[in-house]
Write a protein that binds this ligand. Sequence first.
Ligand code: AMP
Length: 207
Amino acid sequence: MRLIIVGAPGSGKGTLAGCIKSKYGYTHVSTGDILRENIKLETPIGLLAKPLLQEGKFVPDEMIIEIVKNKLLELKDDYVLDGFPRTLNQGIVLSADTEIDKVIFLDINYDVILKRLTNRRNCINPECKAIYNLNSYNKDTCEICGAPLFQRDDDKEEVISHRYEVYKLETAPLVDFYTAKGLLVRIDASGTPDQTFEEFKKLVIGE
Ligand code: AMP
């Protein structure tokens, strides 16, 4: 299947995509990860994207559409897009030449997001990308691969509220867009990662 996960920052898109990858072998395409990798390598894309990510702003549609189109050319089926599309325009462009099977909408309110994101820590190893929450894991190295953990620049409180406003304005319209196409599956994302994954298995895979 070709899947998309749509949701506010902190709704658990990356975590759910990671579960889908490990249980079903899907390819996980995270546009945020691709951009952060470009920033680390100081590529032309990275240099342009860096200040935008730091301020919680989107990179231009043309740039991200180009990145995703090239990526999709390399992919066979059974993939999950995490963080793309993020604007109605991106959704319209994607649907012009790619047939998507299901769109998972991770539904969550702002109070839960704020608590989650300020406590989020990520594994620095791009092959691992594990995500932790300080409430349940309060160490500074990854328990899977041993690499250091870091806090994303855009997970600082002052950036989070801005990212949420951008989400409401730019990304939330995709929920209606995909509902109208009959593709949307709504999942309550305010519980634990396991609860979200169980819902996914029930509603999307039919297990
Ligand atoms: P994420 O890791 O999905 O939270 O993405 C981190 C940041 O990367 C976002 O706040 C945006 O600045 C940028 N980004 C990721 N995906 C997109 C996209 N589809 N369109 C525009 N900007 C994006």
